[in-house]
Design a protein around this ligand. Structure first.
Ligand code: ADP
Ligand code: ZN
Ligand code: MG
Length: 472
């Protein structure tokens, strides 16, 4: 790469409120067209907005989740523009006085990405283009859905940094109950601003903005494409123009939508129908106290207190429900590694195979905990623990009972082992001789024969011990 990319993000997130931001229509994804609308959110003249306090609180939580300052004073403005998905012909947003500013998130590699601001605004409707009939239809269900917009400084220099940041934002908002962060459903959408400059330069180039990316993967591809496109322009002696572009997943390219508007194009002015949002310090502190443990804090607990490898900890926290399940299991039985291994091994394997979710399984955290406990204390083998999980997955039940019924309880009485192992060694005299001559690989084979002979209730650890002694 000949040029240094410079990237800043604007991320829109739908807030998990029960109703819309300025009316009492239900805030829910989907529904038949124009069934979740009222005179307010469909922009009828004479209606007045009523600010949803829950949305304000969630916006403040988003601020706490990203190290922002949450302000005592914030206020709403009108952003004027005409488009058929916006029946009022203006969007209510926060321009001069956003609720949160000056945050940051540290991305992989330890780099700090600064967050300029987080403001509250309303979503617009959706246009459905029917090319066959040659008409466009407007669905206003999404009008007035509460959003926050998170705006970063242009601090990113690589795709990896952007992808890590977006993943972290999605997880933190999900953990805080601010947004369900389902990118594929559009509840978290990313606009990427990107420019390039020669390496070593201090002066940023002209940027293009790529709108509404809805997966971490397409963010990466859109950036790669854009770097290539802008590099070719500069190499050819041309100039990048500031404009808004759309990424097309099927073609894997970006196309110009419109030239960039400036703030003055929108004729922002203070929204006269909504009073400013005022918080006392105490009220802000009350909201801060409601913040749950965040994913990066959980990561720290798993690695530092529980001794999990970093990769395992990341895999567990990736899905909040999965991590909650793990937390409840280790609260019941503090076998951190054993439970983690079972969950990332057998449980994940079964979930992947069946396409099910951890919230849909027939067993609970205490069942996995009990199974791990049985294995940890030597009542069953680790292999049997896996089999119990798979039985729990198929038909549920109680781990201890399953262990008994299936003969998984290990015979921890070593007295009988000696005789059986003696027989095994006699039967496999050839292998034993070669082993003693130095072919140590044969230990596994002999061990396998011994386990087979002792039956599945035998304790592999005891067999190994007895075998090792005999072979010396
Ligand atoms: P505007 O007011 O024109 O919308 P902002 O300063 O608000 O511009 O920036 C919008 C987004 O563009 C931010 O995410 C910011 O980080 C990013 N950005 C600004 N300048 C550049 C640049 N030269 N290259 C890449 N991204 C940029
Ligand atoms: Zn409404
Ligand atoms: Mg801006």
């Amino acid at each position: 790469m000949r040029y240094q990319p410079v990237i800043g993000l604007e991320i829109h997130c739908e807030l998990l409120t029960g109703s819309k931001v300025f009316c009492t229509c239900r805030n829910e994804f989907g529904g038949s067209e124009n069934t979740r609308v009222c005179p307010r959110c469909s922009g009828m003249p004479g209606t007045l907005p009523l600010l949803n306090q829950g949305a304000v609180k969630l916006a403040a939580k988003a601020g706490f989740a990203t190290n922002c300052t949450v302000h005592n004073y914030s206020a709403f403005d009108r952003k004027n523009y005409f488009y058929p998905d916006l029946p009022k012909a203006y969007q209510i947003t926060q321009f001069e006085h956003p609720i949160c500013t000056d945050g940051y998130i540290d991305v992989a590699g330890g780099k700090r990405i600064r967050i300029n601001r987080i403001h509250i605004e309303e979503d617009a409707g959706k246009l459905v283009h029917d090319d066959y009939e040659g008409v466009s239809l407007a669905d206003y269900n999404r009008c007035g859905v509460p959003l926050i917009e998170i705006v970063t400084e242009p601090d990113f220099r690589s795709v990896a940094e952007v992808q890590d940041f977006v993943t972290q934002i999605a997880q933190r908002l999900k953990y805080s109950g601010v947004c369900d962060a389902r990118m594929e459903q559009g509840s978290l959408r990313v606009d990427v601003n990107i420019s390039i400059m020669p390496y070593g330069s201090e002066e940023f180039g002209t940027r293009a903005e790529i709108k509404n990316l809805n997966s971490v993967k397409s963010i990466g591809r859109a950036i790669e494409y854009e770097i290539q496109r802008q590099s070719e322009i500069l190499d050819g002696g041309g100039k990048v123009v500031q404009e808004t572009r759309r990424y097309n997943e099927n073609h894997d390219d970006t196309k110009a939508l419109r030239s960039k508007e400036e703030a003055h194009d929108y004729r922002y002015f203070p929204e006269p129908d909504i009073p400013p949002v005022l918080f006392t310090d105490e009220e802000i502190e009350e909201i801060r106290k409601e913040m749950p443990e965040l994913p990066h804090e959980r990561f720290k607990r798993y690695t530092e207190e529980y001794g999990l490898p970093a990769d395992d900890a990341s895999l567990i926290i990736a899905q909040k429900e999965f991590s909650d399940f793990y937390d409840e299991a280790v609260r019941a039985v503090p076998e951190y590694r054993m439970i983690s291994n079972l969950m990332l091994g057998e449980v994940s394997h079964l979930l992947n195979e069946s396409g099910a979710d951890i919230t849909e399984v027939r067993f609970g955290p205490s069942d996995v905990a009990e199974t791990a406990g049985l294995a940890a204390e030597g009542t069953i083998s680790k292999g049997a623990a896996k089999e119990i999980v798979s039985i729990l997955f198929e038909s549920g039940g109680e781990p201890k009972k399953i262990a008994e019924e299936h003969g998984f309880i290990m015979d921890n009485d070593a007295s009988g082992l000696e005789a059986v192992i003696g027989e095994v060694l006699a039967k496999n005299a050839d292998a034993v001789e070669k082993y003693k001559e130095g072919n140590t690989k044969l230990f596994g084979f002999i061990m396998g024969q011994a386990i087979k002979a002792c039956g599945k209730s035998a304790n592999p650890a005891l067999i190994k011990e007895a075998l090792t002694k005999k072979l010396q």
